[in-house]
Structure formats: C-alpha cells, structure tokens
Design a protein around this ligand. Structure first.
Ligand SMILES: C[S@@+](CC[C@H](N)C(=O)[O-])C[C@H]1O[C@@H](n2cnc3c(N)ncnc32)[C@H](O)[C@@H]1O
Length: 272
C-alpha cells in the first residue's frame, strides 16, 4: 500500500482504459513535435505511453516516467509488444526527478501528466533541471472553466466531492497562462521563452456516451473518487445523470452508437 495520495489516486483506477480512446490525438500531437531519430525524450506522467510509443516509433530514445506502477508496467508491456528497445518506462514522481541526471533530455513532454502532480513550482523546476540547454519542454494542460469535456467533468465532480484540503492547488491552474509563467519564472525561465497555443484532443469510444461515462466511473481515478463521495451522500445516480448529459451534449460522432468528443487544451512550449 502506498501512502502517497497522488499515487494512490491513479493506481486505484486503470487509466489504460481511458487512454485507449486517446491514441489518435496522441499520435497527432507527437507528429507535431519535430522528433528526429536519436532525440532524447522524457515523457513525464506518461501513463501507458499514448505519446511515448509514437515518439519511440519516430526513432527517439524515450523514457516514460509515471507515478502509477500499474501504468509503468502496462507501458513496458506495450513497448515490448511493439518491439521498441528505444523505449522504457520507470516509476517516478514529477515533483522530484533527482534520479534523473540534470540536462539529460532534448525534449520533456508531459501531456495531461505533470499537471496532476502536487507542488507545481517543484514540478516546473524538476522539468527544467532535466532539460538540456537548447532543449524544449512541451506540456498539454486542461483549462479551468473551459466549456469542453475535461474541465466540465471536473466541475461537475467537484460539486459531489468534499471540499479539498486547505492549501490545495487545483491541477487545472496549469491551464492558466499567468500561472505557467510564474511557475517557470521560479525556475529561471523568462516569459519570452514560453509560448502558448490552444489545441484539441479527441476522446474516441466504440460505444455510446453513457458507456464512456461508465468507463470513467470504473477506471478514471478522479471520477472514481467523485462517485465514492456521491455514493456516501446517496447522490451517485444524480452524478451519473449529469455526466451522461454532458457526454451526450458534447458527442460529435457521426456514427450512431459511438462517441467522439473533442476537448480543448493549453499547449505550453518552453525553450530552455
Ligand atoms: C490523465 S493521465 C495522462 C497519461 C498520459 N500522459 C496520456 O496522455 O495518456 C495522468 C497521468 O499522470 C500521472 N501522474 C499523476 N501524478 C504524477 C506525479 N506526481 N508524477 C508522475 N506522474 C504522475 C498519472 O499516474 C497518470 O498516468
């Protein structure tokens, strides 16, 4: 049993089930990164390799680091099945990358990964420390109060969950440009070295929106926690109803009985 609540949150679910519907966007994002053979890449908060695998397929030497042991194991299995000796996964915490040598990666990528770690100023410093001068950090961060899927899931879930402990900093603050500038500023990165863009990630699922909600309920740590709390107050049905209505509203699939939901995120590029 772990005593790290952040690790416990992600290990209690099985993010591979959600990630299965995010592969196409992961591949598209990686194609936009200008990866060349031999590039040293760290994928931080990598899950089971949605971005790490395509980066390795392009010839990069990729290390995936994630706090959840089940996802590290799943990533290593996928690397082996794909025959990618240039890709490996190990457990680690984005708040403290001291096991990794300084200035050792050309590209640090973290797509909806490091944003979920506690102590964001430490995370910014850790990412900068392991990046080579002249290298880049690329983060994908969900945006608070955005009308698209993920921000709305979190907003609905929050209404069914106990208030966060004092001093809690929402992961979504990584989706606010001013916060990002301040956090990297604390790691000696000047604002002109940081660029922002709004991009889209799509959640694809071979069933109707209600079934995708079921997958989140069973396998996505943060949604599982919201349902745990809602069950205690007898409101789980209400929470499920709100989420199904949200997913149905946002579904843009042209094929009946299937789901395709685009969600907007903030892409952050830092020149180190
Ligand atoms: C929403 S998932 C995204 C996974 C992956 N990047 C993807 O796009 O499929 C968030 C990931 O961040 C990981 N994570 C959360 N806190 C972390 C931390 N402190 N250090 C490293 N990874 C962390 C979780 O275990 C999980 O795999």
């Amino acid at each position: 049993m772990t005593t790290n609540p952040n690790q416990a949150l992600w290990e209690k679910g099985d993010f591979t089930r959600i990630a299965a519907g995010m592969r196409q966007s992961g591949e598209a994002l990686v194609r936009s990164l200008g990866i060349t053979p031999g590039l040293e890449v760290l994928d931080l908060g990598c899950g089971d390799g949605t971005t790490a695998l395509p980066a390795a397929r392009l010839g990069a030497r990729v290390l995936g680091v994630d706090i959840a042991r089940n996802l590290v194991d799943a990533g290593n299995r996928r690397a082996q099945e794909a025959g990618l000796p240039n890709l490996r996964f190990q457990q680690g915490d984005a708040t403290d990358l001291r096991d990794l040598p300084p200035r050792s990666f050309d590209l640090v990528v973290s797509i909806f990964g490091a944003m979920f770690a506690p102590r964001p100023p430490d995370v910014a410093k850790a990412m900068v420390r392991v990046t080579r001068p002249g290298g880049r950090i690329v983060m994908g961060n969900w945006i608070p109060n955005d009308p698209t899927l993920v921000a709305q899931i979190l907003k609905i879930s929050a209404a069914y969950s106990p208030p966060p402990p004092e001093g809690f900093v929402s992961p979504m603050a990584w989706g606010v440009e001013g916060e990002v500038l301040a956090r990297f500023g604390g790691a000696d990165i000047a604002p002109e070295r940081i660029a922002f863009a709004r991009e889209t990630y799509t959640f694809d699922f071979a069933g109707p929106p209600a079934d995708l909600v079921g997958e989140f309920r069973k396998f996505y740590g943060p949604t599982m926690s919201a349902f745990d709390a809602a069950e205690k107050s007898g409101r789980a049905g209400e929470l499920a109803g709100e989420l199904v209505a949200l997913f149905e509203r946002q579904n843009q699939s042209a094929t009946a009985g299937t789901t395709s939901i685009p969600a907007t995120f903030l892409r952050v590029t830092v020149k180190v």
